[in-house]
Design a protein around this ligand. Structure first.
Ligand code: NAI
Ligand code: MG
Length: 394
């Protein structure tokens, strides 16, 4: 019997193009697993009124390891309009299945490495005083809290009377007291101490393992005094257990400005949900963008690995597919590392590094060309050709 069972959820759009390529790589590297397909995404919503079907939940609950491609997500009004007419008006509400999955399985540690590969033409470069350019080695891993914060989902337009009266008891709400219900929308930013400790501890453990000298907590405690304040407080507590690792603190706005100045100084950055989401896209932009951005959603029992990118509908129908499978393949490598098969994970990462360094096979994004049906005739590699090149290095 294989050692692992992995639930594969390609989902929507290009998820269906990149996930199968990652399975070829996993097989080539000898990862000893069975794979069970599970549905997730837009079709499930349209036809069942539920983007995360029960069978998928049961499979994940049982096997605890998932590989996920991407989903299409739309605002509630658009979602209602596309719901199968037989299901309309029956009270179905669209929820993003990935957000639901993170919350349901308490996948609170969202880990997003943004590590530049040598030779990647998309890497960040910086102008030197001499007028030349330098390419700093960006090696940043973002630890994003995955289940609460701004994405906790506790929100209203036209909040109910009891919520409004509770808000009225806060002196700062006086400024909004006269705004009519339908004209006011509220999202709660919920931070709990336990979850804050868990994400910060994960960041410190990673820094310890990789021998990095500091962890940066990136929040905004001078303004968001309660929620960011709690994050900072928890960070200071956790740091006491790691004498050799410093705690640095930056504000989210300043940190994004510093991306252009000294990104190589930040190896481990930890943040609440929304800030971590923003930071991980921002750092990913320095090392190749969405085609390279991998992630893991890790809970105490279940872990699901996925590229950061979405379903990229405009490329979903292209045949051959042109999107970059590297983000998905690196996500698969993270899964392999997560279960402790470090050698195999390293082999995958080294194979990707070798292809990038050689520079012979590049998808359209790596060539800075507009994506589209013409990309291949203009010299870009297809999704499959990129995966073939990685397999050849393996
Ligand atoms: P997206 O990530 O799907 O695509 C944005 C752009 O990035 C694409 O048009 C393409 O130019 C580029 N891109 C993305 N993946 C790439 C790859 N592997 N190789 C090369 N280029 C790539 O984000 P967008 O367009 O904002 O959203 C499309 C749909 O995906 C929406 O319905 C959105 O809600 C959903 N989404 C889902 C996510 C998930 O499944 N975790 C994350 C982000 C968006
Ligand atoms: Mg994002």
């Amino acid at each position: 019997m294989p050692k692992y069972t992995v639930i594969t959820m390609p989902g929507d759009g290009i998820g269906n193009q990149v996930l199968p390529e990652s399975l070829r790589v996993l097989k080539a590297v000898g990862f000893d697993a069975d794979y069970i397909h599970a549905d997730i995404g837009w079709d499930c919503w349209c036809n069942q009124g539920n983007a995360l079907p029960d069978r998928t939940i049961e499979l994940l609950m049982k096997h605890k390891l998932g590989l996920f491609g991407a989903i299409t997500s739309k605002p509630n009004k658009a979602a209602q309009a596309e719901l199968n007419p037989e299901l309309q008006g029956k009270g179905y509400i669209y929820y993003s299945p990935i957000v639901t999955m993170r919350q349901k399985f308490k996948l609170d540690i969202c880990m997003r490495p943004c590590i530049g590969f040598i030779g990647n033409p998309l890497n960040y470069i910086r102008k030197e005083n001499s007028g030349g350019f330098e390419e700093p080695q960006v090696n940043t891993t973002i630890f994003r809290q995955g289940t609460e914060g701004m994405y906790a989902g506790v929100e209203w337009t036209n909040p109910p009377e009891n919520v409004r009266s509770a808000l009225n008891s806060h002196s700062k709400f006086k400024a909004f007291a006269d705004v009519p219900g339908p004209d006011i929308a509220i999202s709660c930013r919920i931070i709990t101490r336990n979850a804050a400790r868990r994400i910060i501890t994960a960041a410190f453990e990673y820094a310890k393992k990789k021998r990095f000298k500091a962890v940066t907590i990136c929040e905004k405690p001078n303004v968001l005094r309660e929620t960011s304040g709690l994050m900072e407080e928890a960070a200071k507590e956790v740091q006491k257990h790691y004498h050799d690792i410093q705690l640095w603190s930056t504000n989210i706005d300043a940190q994004l400005m510093w991306l252009n100045k000294n990104p190589e100084d930040y190896n481990v950055v930890v943040a609440s949900n929304l800030f971590g989401d923003i930071l991980s896209d921002a750092f990913a932009g320095l090392v190749g963008g969405l085609g390279f951005a991998a992630s893991g959603n890790i809970g105490e029992n279940v872990a699901v690995f996925e590229p950061t990118h979405g379903s990229a509908p405009k490329y979903a129908e292209l045949n051959p597919s042109i999107v970059n499978p590297i983000a998905m393949i690196l996500s698969a490598a993270m899964m392999v590392e997560h279960v402790g098969e470090t050698d195999k994970a390293d082999r995958i990462k080294n194979a990707v590094a070798a292809v990038v360094k050689e520079g012979k096979v590049r998808t359209y994004d790596m060539m800075r060309m507009p994506g589209g049906a013409k990309s291949i005739s203009q010299g870009a590699a297809s999704t499959t050709q990129m995966a073939d090149a990685i397999l050849a290095k393996l």
